[in-house]
Design a protein around this ligand. Structure first.
Ligand SMILES: [Zn+2]
Ligand SMILES: [Zn+2]
Length: 349
């Protein structure tokens, strides 16, 4: 089979791999869609292995097949996998982590929090940018029939991450939500926030992404290159500040602004990976009773809940994709995605 690997230093290569055979407890998926996630750039850009090491995900010798938003169809079951667990032909997304399967985090579907060492498909094991993907059967989440494979791929990381963060922030209809960054996760937070009944104010630096945010229902869009964003958000909320702010850009200035723009008793949530931030703790947090949350992806059942919400609300998530690629275009696809000016990209098979 073919698989796309990140060689580091912005190099992507299409290589040949043996077709996978499922071992005990495993299944093989025929890939139908494999999404491109903003966090892929953290593995695409730096020297080989540096990003995995920095994120505490272990060292990498040979590059693995990239892609951690896999969506496809079950084509083979290994020993010990029951038919009803993974029927052949079932449309599935993959919760792209595996832990020990025994600890309390794994048992409740948060395997990425396992302390026994985790596997991240597309990062520390072969991922979805390939014709086939081998994963444990317990990582599968059924794809609702209303969703396309591409939409399932989005839910498998970027959109699911936004959904889970909004749930943790306890968004209520009528809240005002500021969304910092309109990449694949931020744009998902915008469209989901609107569907949950919030008034969404989107912040972005790329004109194309600002346009997408407007199309996805943002009530106002702030150009973060031109305006003092905290004052702009205060102006849009009668001087009070927003109820909730979600930070998806990883920029230190946006992180600071996300905390400062919320009202007294407001909640800010950090979702963007890597980097740092400096806060003036007393005025920024304590004196205003601000809740600050760090949120990393979602549980397997959180992913199912997200997919069902999108189906029920008839959210046109397909429109999040501005680029659809074939696997042989991987180099071109990542070169364009690297500019962080477009909507989401996906490989279709
Ligand atoms: Zn575990
Ligand atoms: Zn991701």
């Amino acid at each position: 089979m073919r698989g796309a690997v990140f060689l580091g230093d912005r190099k992507v290569e299409l290589r040949s791999f043996p077709d996978p055979t499922p071992g005990p407890g495993e299944v093989v998926l025929e890939m139908k869609a494999s999404g491109m996630c903003g966090s892929d750039l953290k593995f695409y850009r730096p020297p080989p292995g540096a990003a995995q090491a920095a994120l505490g995900l272990g060292s990498m010798k040979d590059p693995f097949i990239a892609g951690h938003e896999p969506c496809g169809v079950v084509v083979a079951r290994g020993p010990g996998v029951a038919e009803r667990e993974a029927p052949i032909g079932q449309r599935v997304m993959d919760h792209h982590y595996a832990g020990c399967g025994i600890c309390s985090h794994c048992r409740v579907g948060w395997s990425q929090l396992c302390r026994a060492g985790i596997t991240v498909y597309g990062v520390t094991a072969h991922g979805g940018h390939a014709d086939y993907l081998k994963v444990p059967a317990r990582t599968l989440v059924e794809l609702p029939e209303e969703l396309s494979f591409a939409e399932g791929a989005a839910v498998a990381c970027g959109t699911g991450t936004a959904f889970s963060a909004l749930k943790r922030m306890k968004l209520c209809g009528g809240d005002t939500l500021a969304v910092f960054g309109q990449g694949p996760v931020g744009l998902s937070a915008t469209v989901l926030g609107v569907a949950m009944g919030a008034r969404v104010i989107a912040l972005e630096t790329s004109p194309q992404r600002m346009k997408l945010a407007r199309e996805f229902g943002a009530d106002a869009v702030i150009d973060a290159t031109k305006e003092d964003v905290v004052s702009a958000l205060k102006d849009l909320t009668g001087g009070v500040g927003v109820d909730l702010a979600i930070e998806c850009s990883s920029a230190a200035s946006a992180r600071r602004a996300a905390v400062r723009c919320v009202r007294t008793w407001g909640t800010a949530c950090y979702v963007g990976e890597g980097g740092d931030v400096t806060l003036d703790v007393s005025p920024d947090l304590l004196r205003r009773q601000v809740t600050l949350i760090g949120s990393w992806t979602f549980s397997a059942m959180g992913m199912k809940e997200c997919a069902e919400f999108i189906a029920k609300q008839r959210i046109p998530l397909e429109r999040i994709f501005t680029h659809r690629w074939r696997l042989e275009q991987a180099d071109e696809a990542y070169r364009l995605f690297d500019q962080q000016a477009m909507g989401k990209g996906v490989f279709l098979f």
